[in-house]
Ligand binder design. Sequence first.
Ligand code: ATP
Ligand code: MG
Length: 566
Amino acid sequence: MNTEAPSTPSNFIKTIISEDVQNNKYNGKVATRFPPEPNGYLHIGHAKSICLNFGIAQEYKGGTCNLRFDDTNPSKEEIEYMEAIKFDVRWLGFDWQDRLYHASDYFDQLYAFAVELIKKGKAYVCSLSPEDTRAYRGTLQEPGKDSPYRNRSIDENLDLFERMKNGEYPEGAHVLRAKIDMASPNMNMRDPAIYRIKHVTHNRTGDAWPIYPMYDFAHCLSDSIEGITHSLCTLEFEDHRPLYDWILDQLDVPCHPQQIEFARLNLSYTVMSKRKLQVLVEQNFVSGWDDPRMPTIAGIRRRGYTPLSIRNFCERIGMARRDSMVDVALLEFSIREDLNEKAPRHLGVLRPLKVVIDNYPENQTEELNAPLHPNNPDMGSRAIPFSREIYIEKDDFLEEPPKKFFRLSPGREVRLRYAYFITCTHVVKDKTTGEIVEVHCTYDPATRGGDSPDGRKVKTTLHWVSAAHAMNAEVRLYDRLFNKENPDEGTNGSHFTDFINPDSLEVLIDCKIEPGLADAAPGYSFQFERLGYFCKDADSSKDHPVFNRTVTLKDAWVKIAGKEKP
Ligand code: ATP
Ligand code: MG
């Protein structure tokens, strides 16, 4: 196959691959794979790996990328997870075409490879108890000890292994181990287990196998069987690379892929392992895998992120060989950047305050023209109704404003977006609570559309909706799921769930929105002017629209966090 390298490799992995292509290693072919274990939903860390592996396949001419489920650890929910994973990869914009594989596709071949290892005297059946196995393994400071079963004859090993496969033994009775070196400074090389007994039904192979291969054995061989050239994985597998290479070197395999490690993505104020995310789901800290506060792709999608924003984010964080923590603000930057360009603008009021425009005719409604995007006339416009009573944001009015408050207050004139200038005359308060129930204003009919004919300036433009025409809506505002930058880094035996932010979800049920939005489809993504980017949630019904705030317009967090520093 003729593979052409991209002109300037944008990271160290592509530099290596480009060199290999030039030197005609692997006949110039580039074949990668994304190998998730179907034990949960994918998260933004996986997105990094997906963009890398599928991105390389796209970038090098003739390149391919397989989607391979590492299903060597059977579990009940596997099918649900596999479907979710496929959906997420496609949604991110990638396509494995007909290259969908499962490690379980290779169970026969993997078994045959294990038998080959035994025949070469490179693997043995060990019958130590799990405790003894641990004791024999040694420590980082001390070498391990050879298992008393290490010198079983090849025939005995073949017989025992076959009987393991036939289901004659209970779990834990035996394991098949590679015969490498119990004194190796690399613990992974101290005769690692390569097959274990597990009497568990597998979703794809049923009860055919009471033994399952270990990850390290299955992974390198699956790579080889599929003709992978570059096996890209995260840094924690660096110490496993000698084992990856050892296994392939012992056996008569189709090819020997090169494992290359890169840094995991860690994101601030969240946790990233599927196991931990599952705890959040199971213990109801969140509403599900797709809760918009979750760092899962499903959660981020429901929150209103676009595939492009995630791909841009993954490109921006780059590829390093050292683990680091990426500020979640960078993810938020990527979605703002994308939506700023694409999202239509709408008006909505989250915490409504009634405004009565006393000199506006009762029973009159005007349709005001409002463009859907300030810089993109191609997006068109819509008509929004204006009438005598409107809602504005509670925050936008203060009876006794401090010096720098330029929004509405008695005697002050402001602009209503797309509508008129209004001036506050007085307020009406609830007699018992003293709370302001209505703000009274007058409007200047000459300012229709929001322009003043005499060049009069106002300091602020407010968003608003017509009271008689507004739809009620529920709006869900999200904050960081954790209070701690790295929830995994607790002290004194703390658990990551100790750092959950109790205020990560705020539900507002009395919001007023521009009427046209009631018909928007779930997933519709837009800006509520001045409030942030929002998208319609699938929980919506015709009479009860629900919106998620994807992200605020500006990064308020940085300012707040900055202030709290001593
Ligand atoms: P988790 O602990 O979240 O389940 P994992 O590594 O066990 O992570 P896999 O399903 O085995 O998850 O991962 C599939 C691929 O995605 C692997 O190649 C893995 O290295 C990569 N990957 C997983 N987490 C991250 C991450 N945070 N950043 C980059 N790549 C990741
Ligand atoms: Mg895992």
